[in-house]
Design a protein around this ligand. Structure first.
Ligand SMILES: Cc1cc2nc3c(=O)[nH]c(=O)nc-3n(C[C@H](O)[C@H](O)[C@H](O)COP(=O)(O)OP(=O)(O)OC[C@H]3O[C@@H](n4cnc5c(N)ncnc54)[C@H](O)[C@@H]3O)c2cc1C
Ligand SMILES: NC(=O)c1ccc[n+]([C@@H]2O[C@H](COP(=O)([O-])OP(=O)(O)OC[C@H]3O[C@@H](n4cnc5c(N)ncnc54)[C@H](O)[C@@H]3O)[C@@H](O)[C@H]2O)c1
Length: 472
């Protein structure tokens, strides 16, 4: 415990111990920099504690329950009971194991760990306030600082999170029982992943979305596959409606939405999950003290080395803007640490994959067909339906496809979109392909194991060359 005002110095100061921050700190220490990581809450940040990991744990657990109930066509008859408290305990165990792992990885790498909230005093010093009252504070001087303070959920005006009726994703991931009726506001990443979880666990789920389909930004044929499956699970979608206000009722809550013609619709539910996007966390940093400006979305602007307007200050991860994904935060953390250590490093945006862990999963990397056209390419497309893949049928899956986008001229791989089982795993081969400048023939000429889902990647590349064997 530090009481009073102690001044120490460090070569590399990292603020925030999420995926962006802890990777930056470990890499900085590995490169020989005296490195200090300041975290105010829990190592692993949003991703490990309240995001990627707990949500994927609940997705897996709800899949086990749901798949067992759906296995009659495979000759398996089961009716598993769900103990949400037990599931939450198991999920918390996974989280604890991983957060402890991050802490010990940092320690083993020689990173100095400081618990507290860091704010800038000037462009070479922060003040770290420790814990609660009487815990004191210390000043830390630095040569380079990496800001990795992440993001928080955005609230809809009038729908402030209370953890009881109006839930953030963090609240929803900590529920001890399955709500009978769940209203979800927003059909983006979180809305779709968590609607699927709770529908599979037996909740009656209704989704309201301001726009006209699920998962804005994804191509229509991809969104359609996921929406159709979600509707089969009993999820009720209401598009073109925005959450407007709510009140408490004897049974829970009544939420009113409004559409563009001012038509009001009412929904009764036990709880309401609001998932309408996330905003960067910068208000903990006293940025005014160094006059570091954010843009209109609260994002800290950076260059391709993740450097801010200040030579000595970098920003990585969600606080540095879209896409707000953990692997992008880690990759930026690495670039910033290397740049701080004086190594050549630059962040390359061309092959950042994204995955939505819906049923079935979605995964994309690089350009879509229309993005390739807009970038001046003449694209060629190859597509393999999941139903034509033997392994998919053996795991009782039929819906979806693998699509590759290449440049017609030289056949360089430009992008890929997958919707189907294990899409999040299959996309890695195509990301590597783009990164290495692979051509269609490199993928089509690689022998893929039979029977695997990865053969669909091989066939999509072959299809783009007019050489598919397993699809027309
Ligand atoms: C429900 C959910 C599911 C998600 N699923 C996925 C997924 O499957 N895949 C994926 O790629 N992404 C996913 N994400 C997004 C992912 O969690 C974020 O992109 C990622 O956590 C960003 O990492 P970061 O290091 O920028 O910030 P964070 O993980 O938010 O970490 C920031 C850290 O900074 C600390 N901090 C803030 N201010 C200060 C301060 N002044 N001093 C000290 N410490 C401070 C915070 O306590 C926090 O620990 C999900 C997010 C949510 C909410
Ligand atoms: N698998 C993953 O990688 C993963 C999973 C979860 C979250 N995340 C990250 O977290 C971020 C935040 O997720 P999210 O789902 O909160 O945001 P999102 O941006 O993905 O989706 C928000 C949705 O809410 C809708 N919306 C906005 N205001 C509304 C209103 N008033 N009423 C009804 N609908 C409204 C938007 O049109 C949009 O469809 C994601 O963008 C992503 O970066 C990633």
């Amino acid at each position: 415990m530090v009481v009073g005002d102690v001044t120490t110095g460090t070569e590399l100061l990292v603020i925030g111990g999420g995926p962006g921050g802890y990777v930056a700190a470990i890499r900085g220490a590995q490169l020989g920099l005296d490195t200090t990581l300041v975290e105010r809450d829990a190592y692993g940040g949003t991703c490990l504690n309240h995001g990627c990991i707990p949500s994927k744990a609940l997705i897996s657990a709800s899949d086990v329950a749901h798949d067992a109930r759906q296995a009659e066509s495979m000759g398996v008859f089961a009716d598993p009971a769900v103990d949400m408290a037990g599931m939450t305990e198991w999920k918390d165990g996974v989280v604890t194991r991983l957060t402890r792992g991050v802490e010990s990885l940092c320690k083993n790498a020689g990173v100095n760990l400081v618990e507290g909230t860091a704010e800038f005093v000037d462009d070479g010093t922060v003040r770290v306030a420790h814990g609660g009252e009487g815990q004191g504070s210390e000043s830390l001087s630095f040569e380079h600082a990496i800001v990795a303070t992440g993001s928080r959920p955005m609230a809809v005006p009038g729908f402030e999170f209370d953890g009881e009726h109006i839930l953030s994703s963090k609240d929803a991931l900590a529920l001890e029982s399955v709500p009978e009726k769940l209203l979800v506001v927003g059909a983006g990443y979180i809305g779709m992943e968590l609607s699927t979880v709770f529908a599979k666990l037996g909740a009656e789920v209704t989704v309201v979305e301001m726009l006209d389909d699920v998962l804005p930004g994804y191509e229509d044929d991809i969104a359609t596959v996921v929406r159709d499956r979600a509707e089969e699970l009993g999820i009720d979608f209401n598009f073109g409606e925005a959450a407007d206000n709510w009140e408490e009722t004897d049974e829970g809550i009544r939420v009113q939405t409004v559409d563009e013609d001012e038509v009001v619709t009412e929904y009764n539910a036990e709880k309401c999950l609001v998932a309408v996007g996330r905003e960067p966390v910068t208000d903990t940093l006293a940025l005014d003290n160094i006059d570091l400006q954010t843009d209109e979305n609260g994002v800290i602007p950076t260059d391709d080395q993740c450097r801010t307007a200040f030579e000595s200050v970098f920003a990585v991860g969600d606080v540095a803007g879209e896409p707000m994904l953990a692997h992008k935060a880690m990759a930026e953390g690495e670039v910033a640490a290397r740049a701080a250590a004086g190594e050549p490093a630059a962040f390359d945006h061309q092959a950042i994959p994204a995955a939505v862990f819906t049923d079935p999963e979605i995964a994309t990397v690089g350009m879509t067909e229309s993005e390739a056209e807009a970038a001046g390419f003449e694209p060629v497309i190859g597509q393999m339906p999941v139903r034509a893949n033997g392994r998919a049928l053996t795991v009782n899956e039929k819906e979806g496809f693998v699509r590759v986008v290449a440049d017609a001229d030289e056949e360089f791989l430009l992008g890929a979109q997958i919707v189907g089982p294990e899409a999040s795993e299959l996309i890695a081969e195509l990301g590597l392909g783009i990164e290495m400048g692979a051509r269609l023939e490199d993928i089509a000429g690689t022998i893929h194991t039979h029977p695997t889902l990865s053969e669909a990647v091989h066939e999509a590349a072959a299809a783009a060359r007019g050489e598919a064997v397993h699809t027309r």
